[in-house]
Design a protein around this ligand. Structure first.
Ligand code: HEC
Ligand code: HEC
Ligand code: HEC
Ligand code: HEC
Length: 176
């Protein structure tokens, strides 16, 4: 009997996973992360991101440099409306639209582009527990993910050295 119940539970779980898809978490937007990760006491993580090129990645597609690249590629139209550019310049671009309702494209490459969509880990009860956060989709160490965007598919790519580039956007909780 116990075995039968376990089997049913396991089956329901498997169906659930298949249904939502692995890693299909909803994006919550940077405003949520800002609530708890801003100001000196917390390492000014939000402020550092907001001042970085990542936060401007969508705007960049509207500037003259982007139009120039566009012309060189023999393309016509607006880079800010081209999925081929937006996929790396806007968080969650191209994913199922039900997951990205809260994404503000003007915010460009966000916390969630690197740390994973926060829908299931942003609440304090989860965030205080490292393992629970990871289980809920948080990427604690996003180093390996940089090259999903920093690669030869980017029209401006000039190579990527993690140690060098991380220095430019480094953020951490204050020690102690
Ligand atoms: C309600 C407050 C709250 C919100 C909202 C929140 N966090 Fe956190 N976060 C915390 C707390 C508390 C910790 C625990 C560690 C610490 O900072 O002391 C933490 C830790 C983290 C860590 C380090 C985790 C680890 O264990 O290595 C990351 C990365 C992180 N948060 C990213 C985010 C991102 C991205 C968002 C937005 C999607 C977010 N957080 C939203 C409170 C929050
Ligand atoms: C979702 C795609 C994406 C991911 C993931 C990503 N980046 Fe970026 N990154 C960009 C884009 C797009 C720009 C250009 C923004 C602009 O200039 O408007 C950029 C710019 C930068 C810049 C600034 C370049 C400059 O000219 O000022 C640095 C530094 C950087 N990224 C480092 C990293 C590191 C380190 C990681 C991994 C921890 C990472 N990036 C992950 C898309 C990404
Ligand atoms: C594979 C991901 C990716 C795609 C696709 C992509 N970009 Fe980028 N883009 C980046 C990254 C990463 C950077 C910043 C670092 C770099 O230049 O290597 C960047 C930087 C830029 C910059 C700033 C250049 C500079 O030197 O500061 C412009 C302009 C730009 N991209 C335009 C475009 C346009 C236009 C498209 C579409 C035709 C596009 N990008 C498609 C990832 C991408
Ligand atoms: C371009 C990718 C990228 C973006 C964007 C980004 N992070 Fe991070 N984050 C990282 C990397 C890489 C680390 C270092 C992980 C490590 O050293 O293990 C990190 C570390 C952290 C940590 C842990 C710091 C510690 O001392 O343990 C927190 C908290 C955090 N990020 C929150 C955020 C928040 C909040 C945002 C948005 C405001 C954000 N991150 C945006 C890549 C990113």
């Amino acid at each position: 009997m116990k075995k039968a119940i376990l089997l049913v539970v396991a089956l329901l779980f498997a169906v659930g996973v298949a249904f939502t898809g692995d890693g299909a978490h909803k994006f919550v937007g940077t405003k949520k992360c800002k609530m708890c990760h801003q100001k000196a006491k917390k390492g000014e993580i939000f402020e550092k991101w907001a001042a970085s090129a990542h936060a401007k990645a969508y705007h960049t597609l509207g500037e003259a440099a982007a139009k120039e690249i566009y012309t060189k590629l023999g393309k016509e139209g607006n880079p800010q409306e081209d999925p081929a550019c937006l996929k790396c310049h806007v968080a969650g671009y191209g994913l199922d639209s039900t997951l990205t309702v809260k994404v503000v494209k003007e915010n460009g490459v966000t916390c969630e582009s690197c740390h994973g969509a926060g829908g299931d880990y942003w609440k304090k009860s989860v965030m205080v527990d490292h393992d629970a956060s990871v289980a809920a989709g948080m990427v604690a160490d996003p180093k390996a993910g940089c090259v999903k965007c920093h690669n030869e598919e980017a029209p401006t790519f000039k190579g990527f050295d993690f140690e060098e580039r991380w220095k430019e956007i480094k953020h951490a909780k204050p020690a102690g």
